[in-house]
Design a protein around this ligand. Structure first.
Ligand SMILES: Nc1nc2c(ncn2[C@@H]2O[C@H](COP(=O)(O)OP(=O)(O)OP(=O)(O)O)[C@@H](O)[C@H]2O)c(=O)[nH]1
Ligand SMILES: [Mg+2]
Length: 498
């Protein structure tokens, strides 16, 4: 084919010579194909690197799952304490009201038992807390001989009833533990019904309830009058409301502080101890137990310590998102988003939308309550509920490639329970004649969770497990270090694969 002289010089330079032989053409075309292959490879490499770069910059999304009271929020607090200290210190003082409420509730629960016992009302220890009026089995033991001291303590501690009401009202719905549910499945997110979907809207990330909002209210109480904002976000005009709220906060502290000695006297009384034992009430193991710290807490100058905040109990409503940017170390500048969810059965339908692009899940399974029932459904054993929930999470197709890290939590309470002589096999018959000690028990539970994961995961997945007591901030910091490493490694590995 003839060429005109004004053709593009590049076209001319790479054009085949006019007298090219068949072999020369073959060699040339092979060389051109090879050059194209290399060029495509380089393009692909560049695309991958860009994608990896983009993915590395994408925040790591981490979901905390598990039944109610499993320790999700406590784990989140540990993350804050370790990696976001500024926010931690900002929030710390706001937990004071929650800790007051926890303490006051401890006392009022004892008083409710005392009142019921003194009035000889029937009681069944197997029933829930609010069933103080339920039928009691025939009395096998002699009556407890309460004295004037107990009547006086009841009278003197009476004001704590209204303190509890005021605090509950201030903190809002999150301060109330549910004692029933219409949901009778462990994983309502598996088959979301139309009503379930309606539920999703109610429970999407929200700023109108949950403990973040509850704490915000208390933060507001502490700001100066000029900064004070009312709940609707408008600036507050004058100091009168602040003074009123402040007064009531100070009044609360005043009442609690004036009850200090009586609270201690109540807790240290042998007859009260005997009554609680008979009624199988173990406040020490319940969430938000603070009576042993009455001296410190029932005090006008009380400020919560890190440990107090971790141990404070306020349930999570809906799904709460936390964003934090690592402020030190290899991951400095990285953004992580943690999602803390409500764990009661009726809250679980709201989890599903968050499964979509989550990088990793920390699943908390408390193993100490192997002989306890769910607060929201007294027919369901807590460990059994965790097994069911774990199976549903492992088998979820949307999570097939998601890294799941299991925390077998509340090991401290498990150890205490076993030391008291509570036998696992009485509640878990398959435990059989194994040794009733911590090492054997944790190995046994761990194996069970591992088998569920192996038998139900849509594709093979590694089994990551940690034995934890997340109220122990030191050991939890070490665990979280390992978790962080492992999640990041997986995050980057995926970025490289893309
Ligand atoms: N002794 C002990 N207490 C724990 C442990 N983990 C959590 N707790 C306490 O148990 C209570 C419940 O923990 P949370 O973190 O509020 O539970 P959650 O899973 O967020 O519960 P929901 O928000 O209702 O879903 C809190 O008072 C914690 O301090 C643990 O390992 N040992
Ligand atoms: Mg929570």
């Amino acid at each position: 084919m003839g060429r005109s002289l004004d053709e593009d010089p590049l076209t001319l330079a790479i054009a085949p010579p006019p007298d090219e032989t068949y072999e020369q053409r073959q060699i040339r075309e092979a060389a051109e194909a090879e050059a194209k292959r290399i060029s495509d490879e380089i393009d692909e490499q560049i695309r991958k690197e860009r994608e990896a770069e983009r993915r590395k910059k994408k925040p790591v999304k981490l979901l905390l799952l598990g039944q109610s009271e499993s320790g999700k929020t406590a784990t989140l607090k540990n993350f804050q304490l370790t990696y976001a200290r500024r926010e931690w210190y900002e929030e710390k003082a706001a937990w004071r009201a929650v800790i007051f409420l926890n303490l006051v509730r401890n006392v009022n629960e004892i008083l409710a038992h005392l009142t019921s016992e003194m009035s000889d009302l029937p009681f069944n220890p197997e029933e829930s807390h609010e069933d103080l009026l339920a039928p009691r089995p025939p009395r096998a033991l002699p009556r407890l001989k309460f004295t004037d001291k107990h009547s006086i303590l009841r009278l003197r501690l009476g004001p704590l009833t209204s303190v509890q009401e005021v605090l509950e009202k201030k903190i809002g719905t999150a301060s109330l533990e549910p004692h029933s549910t219409s949901v009778n499945t462990a994983a309502p997110f598996e088959h979301p019904s139309s009503s379930g979907r309606r539920g999703l809207q109610e429970f999407s990330i929200n700023s109108s309830n949950g403990w973040k909002t509850a704490l915000d209210k208390f933060r507001t109480l502490r700001t100066s009058p000029s900064n004070t904002r009312q709940e609707n976000g408008t600036a507050h005009a004058g100091p009168s409301i602040t003074r009123k709220v402040k007064d009531s906060e100070e009044e609360i502290v005043e009442v609690i502080a004036s009850c200090r000695d009586d609270i201690k006297a109540l807790w240290e009384d042998d007859l009260i101890t005997e009554m609680l034992n008979r009624r199988k009430v173990r406040l020490e193991d319940a969430p938000g137990f603070f009576i042993n710290d009455t001296d410190r807490i029932a005090n006008r100058d009380y400020q919560p310590t890190d440990d107090d905040v971790i141990r404070a109990r306020l349930r999570t409503l809906g799904v709460q998102e936390y964003r934090f940017i690592f402020d030190h170390g290899r991951t400095m500048g990285e953004e992580w988003r943690l999602y803390d969810v409500g764990g009661t059965r009726s809250s679980r339908a709201a989890w599903y939308p968050y499964f979509d692009d989550v990088d990793a899940i920390i699943f908390l399974a408390p193993i100490s309550p192997f002989d306890e029932k769910l607060a929201e459904d007294r027919r369901v054993n807590r460990l059994e509920d965790s097994y069911l929930l774990w199976r549903s999470v492992c088998s979820c197709k949307l999570l097939a490639r998601t890294q799941i890290i299991l925390f077998l939590n509340k090991c401290d309470l498990l150890q205490a329970k076993l030391q008291r002589g509570v036998r696992i096999r009485d509640s878990v018959p398959s435990f059989g004649d194994r040794k009733n000690d911590l090492a054997t028990a944790t190995r046994y539970f761990q194996q069970h969770f591992k088998e569920i994961s192996r038998n139900n995961s849509p594709m093979q997945r590694p089994f990551y497990v940690h034995l934890t007591s997340v109220i122990d901030t030191r050991s939890t910091a070490v665990t979280l270090g390992a978790v962080e490493e492992s999640i990041l490694r997986e995050h980057l590995r995926r970025a490289d694969l893309m």
